[in-house]
Write a protein that binds this ligand. Sequence first.
Ligand SMILES: N[C@H](C(=O)O)[C@H](O)COP(=O)(O)O
Length: 366
Amino acid sequence: MTEKKRPLLITTGEPAGIGMDVVLNLAAEGKLQDFDRPIWVTADAKAMQVRADELVAAGVLKSIPSWHTINTDVNVDNFDVNLVEQISKQKINVDSAFILLNVPCAERVTGGQINIANSAMVAQQLDIAHQLAVNGTVAAIVTGPLQKSALIDAGIKLLDGTIFSGHTEFFMQQSGCEKVVMMLANQAMKVALVTTHLPLKDIPAAITADNVRQTVQIVIDDMREKFGLMQPRILVCGLNPHAGEGGHLGMEEIEIINPVLREFIDAGVNISESMPADTLFTTRHLANCDAVIAMYHDQGLPVLKSHGFGDTVNLTLGLPYIRTSVDHGTALDLAGRGGASATSLYQAIVMANEMADRSIVSGSIV
Ligand SMILES: N[C@H](C(=O)O)[C@H](O)COP(=O)(O)O
C-alpha cells in the first residue's frame, strides 16, 4: 500500500450552524475517501454525534458514517507533535471517514441557536488549524462557516486587538503577513479583492498604491504557485462608476490605480489598466481572463456568486499555507434538519487537495 500524503484539515466552524452537517453529508456519501489524504475535522465530539443522530432522524443520512475521535489540547507543549504521535499510536479503522479532533464546547450545542458561550471553541478551531498548517502537519486548511457576529459579541479579537472580522484576517495576523488576498473561484471566474471586510465608507482610503501593488503581486504569485498559471491574464476593476470617467467621476483610477497597473504592464505582466466593473464582468472579457481583481467585496462577489453559488470556493492567497473555504454562511435554519448542500465544501476540498499536490510537484512544500 502506498503511504498517504499529509492530511487535509476541515474546521466545522460555528457548532449551531451547518458546518458539521455538510461534513457528515460528504462522509456518509463516501466522498471524503475520494482523496489520497487523511481527512481531519475539528468539532465538538458530542455535538457531532448528536448532529449525526438528528440527520438520520430527519432522513437525510441513511446511516451514521464512521469516524475516529482524538482529544486535542492545544495548550500542551508541542501540541502538533503530540497529536501526530497520538494518532499514529491508535488503531484506526480503515472505514473511518475522518479523524475528529475533539474541540469541546463550553455548553451544550443546539442546532440553529447561536450561543456565544461556545464562540471560544470556534476561535480555538482556527488556532489549531493555523498551528497545524504553519508547521506543515497538515497540507491545507478547509474552513467551514462561522458566525462573525457571534465571535464579535463574545468579545473575541484578532491579534492586533481589533474585532474579529473573518478567517482571512485571522489567518493573516496569526501568520504575521502584512497583506493577504481574498479570492473566490468557481467554474465561471476567479475574483480577488483589494479590500475585504470594510464598511463602504472606509474603502476609498484603503485603495492605496501599496495595497493595489501588493494585491496584484500576490495574485500573480499565487496564480503561478497555486493554480499553475505561469502567465496569468488579469483584468482590474476601477473603484468608481465608469472607472472614474476620465476623472469626472473620481480620481482614484488616474492618481492611484492605473500608475500601479502600468508598473506591472511595463514589466511584461498580462494585466489591464482599470476597467469599468459593469462591462468587465461580461462574457467577452471574462473569456480572455484568468482572474479579476475587484476593489471591494460587493463589487466582485455578487457577480461571481450569481454564476455559481454553492459551487464556489473562497481561498486566501499570500498565506504561508493553503486555505480554502466554503462560499456560504452558517444557514442556522438548516442545521440538523437537512437541506444543507455540501457542494461548496466538496469543491473547497478538491481545490485544496489539487493545490497541495501541485506544491509537492513544484517542490515548494515537501
Ligand atoms: N467574504 C466571504 C464570502 O463572501 O464568502 C466571507 O465573508 C467569508 O470571509 P472569511 O473567509 O474571511 O471568513
